[in-house]
Write a protein that binds this ligand. Sequence first.
Ligand SMILES: Nc1ncnc2c1ncn2[C@@H]1O[C@H](COP(=O)(O)OP(=O)(O)OP(=O)(O)O)[C@@H](O)[C@H]1O
Length: 596
Amino acid sequence: MRPVGSKYLLEEPLGRGATGTVWRARQREAAGAEAAVAGQPGETVAIKVLKEELAHDPEIVMRFLRERSVLLRLTHPNIVRTRDLVVEGDLLALVMDLVDGPDLHGYLRANGPFTPVAAALLTAQIADALAASHADGVVHRDLKPANVLVAGGRDGEQMHPMLTDFGIARLADSPGLTRTHEFVGTPAYIAPESAEGRPQTSAVDIYGAGILLYELITGRPPFAGNTALEVLHRHLSEEPRRPTTAPEPLWTCIERCLRKRPEERPSAETLAHALRTVAAGIGVHASAAQAEAALGVGALLAPDPQPAPVPNSGGDADPTQVLPSAAGGYDPGAATSVLPSTGAPGPHAGPHADPTQVLPSGSGPANADGATRAMPPVPPGPGGQQGQQPDGEHPWQNQMRAARDRNDQTQVQYLDPSQDPLRRRPQRRPAPQQSPRLQPPQQQPQHQPQQQQQQRQPQQQPYGQQPYPPQQQRGPAPAPYAQQQQQQQPQQPQRQSRRRQQEPQPQRYAPPSPAPEPAPSRREPRSPSPNRTRIPGLGCLKGCLFVVLILFVGAWLVWELTPLQDWVADGKSFWEASKDWITDVKGWISDVGGPS
Ligand SMILES: Nc1ncnc2c1ncn2[C@@H]1O[C@H](COP(=O)(O)OP(=O)(O)OP(=O)(O)O)[C@@H](O)[C@H]1O
């Protein structure tokens, strides 16, 4: 097992995403005061180890530390709690509560679409989580089924969705990673303004909630295509079609969320209320008043008057400029990608964006937005003045060093390379309902079509053995909800995860010393052939020569050892005798016919 910081041990990978790998891990000892949750020795947690390329980028490391307080204080029953942030050497990790359940993407693939009532109630809880985070100035920006973990749901329990990956989009959105004018997100879930590089607000999460709701009731997102470019175009230009399975009030909610103009979308709080009204009014036990309220849900869905802004999220859109570059393979349902933005660089983004713009300071444009408000104050430097380190050190580098010092206390212990969990990949296991996945685009150099090719793969299946309740058996739900859920068959759920293409693993723990445990037996590698030179046709030539030799020897033996020679001689006499015989016959014939 591999230690992360001095407090945690990674046990097994749970899944891999675009920004890192999530591990089941165990707490070695209680975390320090800097953690939001101290935890107990032996406690199981989930740890997201961010990709090395993120961890190597000083800008991202600083952003990681800057976001520390935002992430740690974000608590809500429908948000996966971040317990601690670990900086160890150049390893960055988020310690989270371990959620015992599949993600919504895997659940959906295993169980099929939800009933409208169930989908409305589930999305209402997700909207609750969004409302709480938006109130705190935090916009998720990567809402999708894979980022919703589902706890509960067994033995009649009600499903409990929990939103995860908060702040990850913000981390990955660093100029260090995206370098040029790009955005981080999932094409199927990207809001039009993000696709165009226009400024983003919390309305992007509402758009994501609309897509999610659509996917929950149909099993697929409304805008699909073979390339990211195609999907982006559809988000920008196509109106979603009402699915046959969507009751009118529910469609009203979806349609409002999917408005192209962000300022026409409702707030998360309004959406949650509207969805509960719809769920109560479309069930079979709905009263006349409830049904009427559901039909009038449009009146509830007023546009959000004050959406929370996303800092540095583009501007000055020019869709024609960059859209054609957003081509490439595309996984419609899954992966978070770093995509080229479809807009021109805005005042706070782009290749020349000044990262310090997002640093809290007394004034300036960065301070005007909500997310900046949520950031912790800049600590004073050694000289007591913020941002004025003698060697021009970035004000956040103190924190970075302090965090590293804190975590570098980790004892360096021998780790057999074959046992290093960071070298292992999530296990691929057969899955009953694995959906075929398309290859998403891969990240390309600057100004090129880029996306990260990712592949979902089945992974450890902690739920594979346990019957997860089907949507129609999901426990004490509101009466209409429970009744509506009697049309679908139960299936085994499974967790699914994504794996980026051949992502290199951190290899920091391989000091040579005796192995504490015997390494698992491995197949002996096949020894290479001694004849390493391959001559085309040599085998055939050798075969032919061998056959000729055999024939020659055989013929010689037959000639010498059999009476063939006598037979040949006899054959000559016989031939001559035959000729004499023929001559005699001819003479006889001429004698017979001659005088007469
Ligand atoms: N707190 C957690 N508890 C249990 N499992 C988790 C937790 N967080 C993530 N997982 C599992 O790990 C998988 C991978 O998580 P990750 O967030 O890296 O994936 P992702 O959201 O698909 O990736 P990305 O958004 O970076 O493309 C998830 O699909 C989920 O099954």
